[in-house]
Design a protein. Structure first.
Ligand code: WTA
Length: 648
């Protein structure tokens, strides 16, 4: 976050009380915070939202800290909680998913239908030799089969690892390898901006080097031609042919539900592990309380991709556990026009919209005329996630999209936390534009200084979570030690989130962005090291340093400084390197700018001084450079900046 924004925070004094009408009907009541003071009793009560096949004996076993066990000995099936129990209770006809395609056609899938599809898929997976504990990689676009695939895995106890379909073959391969996935579920292609883009070739490339993969299950989505391999099996053959009868098995509360890879401060992504009972409890509770879900009236729409944790917790598990009716959209916000989202809100009478600040800022840029052409009066609640939302974007969201009357929930959480941790409760909390306000009931968050001492109101520091929570990660797949050192070693006995935060004079929490070498680009976490490794894997690059520079639309933009190998000068080098990074990681990791430099600023011990590079990238005054080995380096870099902006 820039200095300007920080300064703005200090003068932000607007506050919006909940309207009496909203408060009256809200799921969350003002006494919930005091009722939740006994955290374990509170979470035990929330766990009762779920249907358990065997009761738990203990709410929390923290004896193996920082490895938690929640609702020990309890047994349940996640897909039964998301589907069967709603059908059994007479809600089979209710629409679970309104699937909107880019071309404007749509399809409604009822809970009964979704359950049948999941049962067929579960039987098909079993037929392919996938059993409880086996890992399944899912590389799919935003189509109903993605939800079906995830729930089918959950149904048979096979942890899924969803890989964002925008990631490269290389990124997919490393995730398949790390989890030793037995099956990959993918599609022929996906629709984007009116075109069909192939997905299958990336899978073929990834699987060619992945000995653990026995089969590739392919959904026909675009209908484009696919090169067959001997591992391929078609979804339409094996899933459609399978029986819709499936007797679910109950799994232990701590049975692994999924692995989701996220960037850390090293080049190797971390496989964040989530389990069953605690995860579903917190996903369901927070979805109910934060989004004020009314299953009989609301039409909920979370615009995230299922490749990110938001798609896991707030498209699949939370909403379906709560019997929500929701929109899923496979397409881009500007196809066929820049009012596409507002068209969808109007068409399906969406009541609840959950999206990211980067999208909101993009819409602001496109102008009020787009949303103003549509009837958005069905909206009653707006949510934000993924990065700090600046007060200007918050106010625009409130006024232009929410018509001035929708509460906004700015929800802070992470892949690791599994579910929302800090957020206003609509109907209870008076909100301030740009603040996530306070920890939810049952959650404990504090801001500490370098010495782990809580800071006073009005001061800034590091955000930590000082009590275990039900949907917390249970570790990093295959790397317990990295789990302990990454999250539990910076400060003793508390979880270090990696975010900076400030408490205002009223004790409300303002998130200030990452304090480590993780960038946040359009709400996506990308590590500087990951992009640096991708760059130096190109033969023309000798050395690379990457920083996240603040960006008006995407929050941060990736700026790379590279030193080329002798003789590698080439006019097109910037676009070649950008294409190379897209191939190694995925288009989301393409640097916004690449600067070819002769030297990089380093301390005497050889550490790259990222702060200086960030200043250059943001063209700020350089401040103190006396610890630099060669202070003149900065002048050289600064001069090179103007010439090298890339906008392709
Ligand atoms: C950032 C996404 C400020 C934060 C759910 C965190 C936020 C990282 C907010 C996690 C918010 C997420 N305000 N910052 N409301 N929500 N972040 O794992 O830096 O993709 O550490 O999970 O996003 O990103 P992740």
């Amino acid at each position: 976050m820039s200095e300007d924004t920080l300064a703005n925070l200090l003068i932000e004094d607007r506050s919006f009380e909940p309207s009496p009408a909203f408060a009256k009907q809200a799921n969350a009541k003002p006494d919930v915070y005091s009722l939740a003071e006994d955290r374990l009793a509170f979470w035990a009560e929330q766990a009762a939202r779920l249907t358990w096949d065997a009761p738990w004996s203990e709410v929390l076993d923290w004896s193996g800290a920082p490895f938690a066990r929640w609702f020990t000995d309890g047994r349940l099936n996640v897909s039964v909680n998301c589907l069967d129990r709603h059908v059994d209770a007479g809600h089979g006809h209710q629409t679970a998913i309104i699937f909107e395609r880019e071309d404007g056609s749509s399809e409604e899938i009822s809970y009964a239908d979704l359950k049948d599809r999941v049962c067929r898929a579960a039987n098909a997976l079993t037929g392919l030799g996938v059993g409880a504990g086996d890992r399944v990689a899912i590389y799919l676009p935003m189509i109903p089969e993605a939800v079906v695939a995830m729930l089918a895995c959950a149904r048979i106890g096979a942890p899924h690892s969803v890989v964002f379909a925008g990631f490269s073959a290389e990124a997919l391969r490393s995730r398949i390898d790390d989890a030793e996935a037995k099956l990959v579920i993918t599609a022929d292609g996906q629709f984007r901006r009116g075109d069909s883009m192939a997905l299958k070739p990336a899978v073929d490339e990834a699987v060619a080097g992945a000995p653990t993969v026995e089969h590739v299950l392919v959904v026909r989505n675009t209908g484009q031609e696919v090169t067959a391999t001997d591992k391929d099996v078609w979804w339409e053959d094996v899933v459609a042919a399978a029986s819709a009868e499936h007797t679910p098995e109950a799994f232990d509360s701590e049975h692994p539900l999924f692995i989701l890879y996220t960037s850390g401060t090293t080049g190797k992504p971390k496989g964040i592990l989530h389990t069953t009972g605690g995860y579903l409890t917190q996903a369901a509770y927070t979805h109910w309380a934060v989004f004020d879900l009314k299953p009989d009236h609301d039409v909920y729409w979370c615009t995230a991709d299922i490749g990110w944790v938001t798609g896991h917790s707030y498209i699949v598990y939370g909403p379906l556990a709560n019997r929500a009716t929701q929109v899923i959209y496979e397409g881009t916000p500007d196809t066929p026009h820049k009012g596409r989202w507002w068209d969808i809100v109007q068409k399906h009478r969406v009541t609840t919209l959950y999206t990211a600040p980067t999208a909101i800022r993009t819409f602001m840029k496109w102008g009020d005329d787009w949303p103003n052409q549509f009837d958005l009066s069905s909206l009653r609640l707006l949510g934000s996630v993924g990065e700090p939302i600046n007060p200007e974007a918050w106010m625009w969201y409130r006024e232009v999209i929410g018509g001035g009357h929708c509460p906004i929930v700015d929800t802070w959480w992470q892949t690791e936390t599994g579910a929302i941790m800090i957020s206003p409760l609509p109907g209870v909390t008076a909100t301030k534009p740009g603040s996530a306000m306070r920890a939810l009931p049952g959650i404990s968050a504090t801001v500490v200084d370098d010495h782990a001492r809580p800071v006073a109101d009005g001061e800034g520091g590091y955000l930590v979570l000082d009590q275990p929570w039900p949907s917390m990660l249970r570790g990093i797949w295959g790397d317990d030690e990295r789990y302990v050192t990454t999250y539990w070693s910076r400060f003793p006995d508390v979880y270090f989130a990696g975010d900076g935060a400030k408490l205002d004079d009223d004790g409300a929490i303002w998130l200030l962005g990452r304090v480590d070498d993780v960038m946040n680009v359009s709400g996506h976490r990308i590590s500087t090291t990951e992009v640096e490794s991708a760059l130096v894997s190109h033969p023309a690059v000798a050395e690379a340093a990457v920083v996240g520079a603040s960006d008006q639309t995407t929050g941060q933009g990736i700026v790379a400084f590279v030193i080329l190998r002798g003789g590698a000068e080439d006019e097109d080098i910037a676009s070649k390197l950008r294409a190379h990074v897209a191939k190694e990681i995925g288009p989301i990791a393409k640097p916004r700018q690449i600067m070819v430099v002769n030297e990089l600023p380093k301390t005497r011990s050889g550490k790259i001084m990222r702060r200086l590079l960030r200043d250059v990238a943001e063209q700020r005054d350089l401040g103190d450079v006396t610890t630099l080995a060669d202070p003149t380096v900065m002048n050289l870099i600064g001069e090179g900046l103007a010439a090298s902006k890339s906008d392709d």
